[in-house]
Design a protein around this ligand. Structure first.
Ligand code: GRF
Length: 231
């Protein structure tokens, strides 16, 4: 295979110069609620060796804790209410806020609205989500509750690219969490979220460093520990 054709089948998902800590990847984080994943991302963005920064946080719900966390971190935070707007108008407002803050990749961190192709086509391969299950299992709401109801013995969390489906986009990284005999929804959710808080910033750092690559059409994240807790 010639080097030219080899290059064409293995490319970084986001092509940019390698990012030293003074040129971090600019993230826009969309939230709707508590923002514990946002907090983990903000913590990672404060480290001296950071690979990314949070350029803006946008919530579709006013008064949520995630907005407080952004403000406490000194990050621009704003509300774009989806109510009373068409999906297109809401997504146009999100797009305008993200581009105004020169965002390079969009992070869904507990963002409770489905995004359509109207938005996603403009951010192709640049929108990431974390879901509290091992996709494609248990998509949608209450994934830990679904896992318990099915009698699953192992679940976990998934960081994936967002497509127009619900938790269906290409998988970048996963972490497994064992389900214990005495688990309830709250206990299981807490252990899954602890894994999310480790995995999501790690994938975002890999993305910023060019270690999320599209190989023969399939996105893959390198350098992210895939382990979880299976006992
Ligand atoms: C997380 O469990 C995530 O998997 C799901 O929504 C939850 C958001 O929690 N998409 P938080 O707002 O980050 O605390």
């Amino acid at each position: 295979m010639s080097s030219a054709s080899a290059a064409s089948v293995d490319v970084p998902l986001i092509a940019r110069a390698p990012c030293p800590p003074d040129d971090p990847l600019r993230l826009g984080v969309l939230v709707s609620g508590s923002g514990s994943n946002l907090a983990a991302i903000l913590d990672a963005a404060r480290e001296p060796s950071r690979a990314f920064s949070v350029a803006v946080v946008v919530s579709n719900v006013a008064g949520v804790k995630a907005l407080e966390r952004a403000a406490a971190a000194g990050v621009p935070a704003l509300v774009e209410d989806h109510k009373g707007k068409s999906r297109e108008a809401f997504e146009d407002a999100l797009h305008a806020a993200l581009t105004a803050h020169r965002v390079e990749a969009v992070v869904l961190a507990g963002f409770m609205r489905v995004l359509t192709a109207h938005f996603l086509d403009r951010w192709k391969h640049r929108v990431l989500n974390v879901h509290p299950a091992l996709c494609p299992a248990f998509p949608g709401m209450h994934a830990p509750r679904q896992a318990l109801a099915h009698g699953a013995r192992v679940t976990g969390c998934t960081v994936h690219l967002v497509d127009a489906g619900v938790d269906t986009g290409p998988i970048l990284a996963q972490s497994a969490v064992a389900i214990r005999d005495d688990d309830d929804e709250a206990a299981l959710t807490a252990r899954i979220q602890a894994e999310e808080h480790r995995l999501f910033p790690a994938v975002l750092a890999a993305l910023a460093r060019g270690q999320v690559r599209v190989i023969e059409g399939r996105p893959r994240a390198f350098g992210v520990a895939a382990h979880g807790h299976t006992s």
